[in-house]
Design a protein around this ligand. Structure first.
Ligand code: DGY
Length: 416
């Protein structure tokens, strides 16, 4: 959809200098089992398959400069937006040393068995989340599973903040109204929404992204924060308390940060609730009808985590019954589909899983996925601090640490 323009757009001045120093030759068109592929470095020794074109050039430089042949699936039709398991198996073929897959693909036991049989010893998901990957199956077949932490935090938090504002101030409804040429003049009652300033934001899952989002709401809108997380977050609490001291020094009201011991305790206090949990059996339908009913009738629910964390059928019913309640969703339970009725709710803001879609982040994710694979193909060890991804993202590719930035089953495979 965006491959060609993005390849040039994503280049920062530093990347452009790098490109002059090491340029990736244009791909050669070919096929893999009848599927069209773009081949980079056709004479490379190891075959790395990538199921979708990725933004930027740095990732290609990482893989080709380390002597790999890179084959990028070039299927373009709408029916191939999400590749079928059969097509992925065809792309793997008889010899596939390394693989970069997408979060929309179901990397199950059968695909890992196929990868193993093809000689593969390195897989990376192009995502920080890996709920689409059967890591136990990969481990059973001896295949390392990479992911891409350390580059999504602020980008994802920014979309959370953007969705929050859009929902609270009814931006999308108002935009639709303007485009329909319904605006006949200013009215005191037109698109009245909720003020965030001084309100309370609830964070469910106070990890890196949850905290980054919370800071945007605290510092930008002076909101108080209540968080629910299995672990206390003392450094975060101290940060908020120091920020409150600063506000007080300047004659402003302090902001507060408290940890709720249950989700039930958090929900009724909050004007905004933002979800930042991983998705697994425990977090499926974490927000259900009963919990929705505990939220304020004017509150905003934001989901940039994973769709099934919210019972979307219950949410639609709640939105229909409570016109002042707002939902702002980046992810959907049956993605890419929406549950019936959702798109008809004017009190919902809906975007297609774009939380990580900044040029910096999507290019960085590609670099990290490529480094995961390139390093494993050379037999290099695993970077001990996956959150500190900068050394992989900046400077010439020749200066990148000879390590995989993040392998989630490294310990189980003895390559930590
Ligand atoms: C991820 O990396 O898990 C994100 O959902 C991509 O936006």
């Amino acid at each position: 959809m965006f491959a060609a323009p993005l390849r040039s757009l994503v280049r920062s001045p530093a990347q452009q200098r790098l490109r002059r120093a090491f340029s990736v030759a244009a791909p050669v068109s070919s096929t893999a089992g009848g599927i069209p592929v773009d081949v980079y470095n056709p004479n490379g020794g190891k075959r790395v398959v990538v199921t979708k074109p990725l933004p930027g050039d740095r990732w290609l430089e990482v893989l080709t400069s380390s002597g790999n042949r890179v084959e990028v699936c070039a299927l373009k039709g709408d029916e191939d937006t999400i590749l079928s398991e059969a097509k992925i198996a065809t792309l793997i073929g008889d010899k596939c040393d390394g693989m970069i897959g997408q979060l929309t693909e179901n990397w199950n036991d059968a695909l890992f068995a196929k990868l193993k049989a093809s000689g593969c010893c390195a897989f990376s998901n192009y995502a920080v989340g890996y709920n689409n990957v059967d890591v136990d199956a990969a481990t059973k077949h001896g295949i390392p599973v990479g992911n891409t932490p350390g580059v999504l935090t602020e980008t994802t938090a920014e979309i959370g903040a953007a969705l929050t504002l859009a929902a609270a101030r009814r931006i999308v409804e108002a935009d639709t109204f303007m485009r329909a040429e319904k605006y006949l003049g200013w009215l005191p009652t037109l698109f009245v929404g909720q003020l965030l300033q001084g309100g309370t934001v609830g964070i469910i899952g106070a990890g890196r992204i949850g905290q980054a989002y919370a800071r945007m709401m605290i510092e930008g809108h002076k909101m108080n924060v209540v968080y629910y997380d299995l672990a206390p977050q003392p450094a975060f609490e101290k940060y908020v308390s120091d920020y409150a001291d600063l506000l007080e020094k300047h004659g402003e009201a302090r902001v507060t940060c408290t940890r709720a011991s249950t989700i039930e305790e958090l929900l009724p206090q909050c004007d905004v609730v933002s979800l930042h949990t991983v998705y697994n059996a425990e977090t499926k339908h974490l927000i259900n009808a009963a919990r929705l009913s505990l939220m304020k009738p004017t509150s905003v629910l934001v989901n940039t985590a994973r769709g099934p964390v919210v019972d979307e059928v219950a949410l639609v019913a709640h939105l229909q019954k409570n016109p002042t309640f707002q939902a702002a969703l980046d992810v959907f339970e049956d993605e890419p589909a929406m549950k019936p009725g959702l798109k008809e709710c004017p009190n919902s803001v809906l975007v297609p899983h774009i939380a990580s879609a900044s040029l910096y982040t999507r290019g960085g994710m590609a670099t990290l996925a490529a480094c995961n694979v390139a390093a494993r193909l050379r037999g290099d060890p695993t970077w001990p601090t996956p959150e500190n991804a900068k050394p992989f993202l900046e400077g010439p590719v020749t200066g990148i640490p000879a390590m995989s930035p993040s392998i989630v089953n490294a310990k189980a495979l003895g390559i930590a």
